[in-house]
Ligand binder design. Structure first.
Ligand SMILES: Nc1nc2c([nH]c(=O)n2[C@H]2C[C@H](O)[C@@H](COP(=O)(O)OP(=O)(O)OP(=O)(O)O)O2)c(=O)[nH]1
Length: 138
């Protein structure tokens, strides 16, 4: 059990909320998922906490500072089980606005716009949890 956990990777994503909207980011690569939307994030590096990875990836991909808060939704297995996706709620810190340094496009989506973009398949259950969260906190 312990070795299995140690072997599997964690991909973190950030559900960045601002004014009741969430930041959705269209991937620019690889070709098979380009144009699909995701939560900004990536693989947790060895020795790094998940929330530190959220902050690092948001700085690298979007040029912003965020504070990661509570988990949103559950663990979502990726692909053939090479990793799990864990998404954290996050808030923008400071005045910098997100820039698409690595993504094809960025969109701020309200609760009733969440279905207007093609999400990566793994994100669908997270988006459902997000819809509930936005409804409960509006
Ligand atoms: N960041 C992110 N990745 C997701 C989401 N949903 C989903 O299936 N993924 C998948 C896509 C990729 O296969 C993987 C994340 O890989 P990545 O390429 O973004 O990670 P990374 O920045 O650490 O990349 P690298 O070091 O390998 O270049 O997780 C999501 O909402 N956010």
């Amino acid at each position: 059990m312990y070795t299995e956990q140690a072997r599997s990777k964690v991909v973190v994503g950030a559900a960045i909320l601002s004014g009741g909207r969430v930041l959705a980011c269209a991937r620019s690569a690889p070709p098979e998922v380009a144009g699909r939307f995701e939560f900004p994030g990536g693989k947790v590096e060895p020795g790094e906490s998940e929330t530190d990875a959220v902050a690092r990836e948001c700085a690298e991909e979007l040029g912003i500072t965020v504070r990661a808060g509570a988990r949103l939704g559950g663990d979502v297995p990726l692909g053939n089980g090479w990793a799990v996706l864990r998404v954290y709620l996050a808030e923008l810190i400071g005045d910098a606005q997100p820039r698409a340094l690595e993504h094809r496009e960025l969109r701020w989506l309200a609760a009733d716009e969440l279905d207007s973009v093609p999400w990566l398949p793994a994100d669908v259950p997270i988006v459902a949890a997000l819809r509930n969260h936005l409804r409960d906190h509006s």
